[in-house]
Ligand binder design. Sequence first.
Ligand SMILES: Cc1cc2nc3c(=O)[nH]c(=O)nc-3n(C[C@H](O)[C@H](O)[C@H](O)COP(=O)(O)OP(=O)(O)OC[C@H]3O[C@@H](n4cnc5c(N)ncnc54)[C@H](O)[C@@H]3O)c2cc1C
Length: 506
Amino acid sequence: MTPRPAHIAIVGGGTAGWMAACLFARHWGPQGCRITLLESSEIGIIGVGEGSTPYLRHFFAELGITEAEWMPACQASYKSGIRFPGWSTVAGYQSYVHPFFNEQDLSTGSAFFVNACLRRRGVDADANPQDFFIAAALAAQCRAPVARPADDGRAPATDYAYHFDAGLLGQFLRRHAQGRGVVHRIGTVARVQRHESGAIEALQLADGEQLAADFFIDCSGFRGLLISETLGEPFISYKHSLFNDRAIAIPTALDAKAPIPSETNSTALRHGWAWQIPLQSRYGNGYVYASDFVSDDDAETELRAHLGPAAEGQPARRLQMRVGRVERHWRDNCLALGLSQGFIEPLEATALMLIQFAVAEFIASVDAAGLGPAAQSPYNRRVNQMFDGVRDYVLGHYRLNTRTDSDYWRANRANTAGADRLLSLLEVWDRGGDFEAELSRHGDALMYQRPSWYCLFAGMGRFPAQLRPPQHGILSGAQARAAIAAIAAAFPTHREQLQSLIQRPS
Ligand SMILES: Cc1cc2nc3c(=O)[nH]c(=O)nc-3n(C[C@H](O)[C@H](O)[C@H](O)COP(=O)(O)OP(=O)(O)OC[C@H]3O[C@@H](n4cnc5c(N)ncnc54)[C@H](O)[C@@H]3O)c2cc1C
């Protein structure tokens, strides 16, 4: 069996490069694997990417890093879910939440699933997820999704994620990786030297130095210096199904005394959607849009109007996005991670999760089967499944929109490209068929689980227009809202919780 790499060279010092460096150092460092991370001082990092999924908690846990250590250093805040105002125009469903789930959701959450099924079948039962999941009440009350322990010392389990400053997170991870023996080099790759076999032999740097290694990780961003430019791996674009290919980011101030929200806001605008991410000291804002439908200048005007006076005088960063994925992420002695391997627009903030998943799978795969070609196909299949599965779910938001204010939204609603799985789920949902069985039928191809699909379809108000009155005994939205508000009131405020991290010795 081919052994694991003796020397790994990582090209790129963005979030992907440093996350990979930390994980390789943790798993293979103790076995003598050397890791060098090279980054260019001339080519910057993307510098956005401030939201996450709950999977990121495993990353820090695996590295043995506590919240008190990393969160204050990265201006990080807690995230209880994502709110989507303006995607649907259906009465009662103009804003809904994709919550992270909570052990205490059990009773109201069960009622939500029952109500959603009744409503699909024509019964007038309330089924907006924002009324039934504690995450929504936590966000409404600006509370942290971190439960206080009860008298028995046990706190109810809560799923949550984080918001953070991307630049500070990179710096934090760099210090952590260097502390575990990762060598940091500054230099720009000018040429890539290859073996006769086609595999990568060494990186020639612009200053005349050379970096040789036996395995190379491409974290060079959208350009894909090793995987695309050097190895010529084909890129599968998602542009025909996900139209957005541009973004503009504008930070705004956060009132130092006001309560800090604990959810991402993803508000639909005329040609895309605007994110608002609350950090400890500022908001990260941005507009994700499609250049086929609006110019960069008009998009910036629209974003500034949306943000109001808070954006006056604030600089805007314009970004281009390459949306899709490479065909093979692992090829020869090269693994692509982060933006070089692919990107699904940031609606569900999944990019760091995909990096984590790709590294974890790679380590498990090499530990089990070595570095030989036999391990590569199953690995690439699994990573592709993950990318395509996230794409399917993100696509659902566009397909289900009911806006009529622009060609952009109409075209998104009419678009069926790349939507086979989504359309088959929708068909069963719409006819009131066995949705659970349909979800099971797709098995591992679905990246998102049952509750997320229910929250998306129900949250967008995808129900029959004609409804008959409900029987007695079902929970109304108002009753559920009162129940989750009472549970949420026992959680600390977001500010209190963040303050406690600073005061707590790490
Ligand atoms: C608008 C937008 C919003 C996003 N929001 C989210 C979000 O909410 N959540 C999330 O998880 N993700 C999000 N992402 C994605 C996230 O930003 C990236 O996945 C993450 O930052 C990783 O980027 P990277 O490290 O792959 O690339 P980059 O940050 O671009 O880093 C590339 C690195 O490669 C180096 N490099 C390039 N060429 C050379 C060379 N020739 N020689 C040496 N070094 C070189 C550069 O110096 C740099 O260090 C978003 C992305 C965009 C565009």
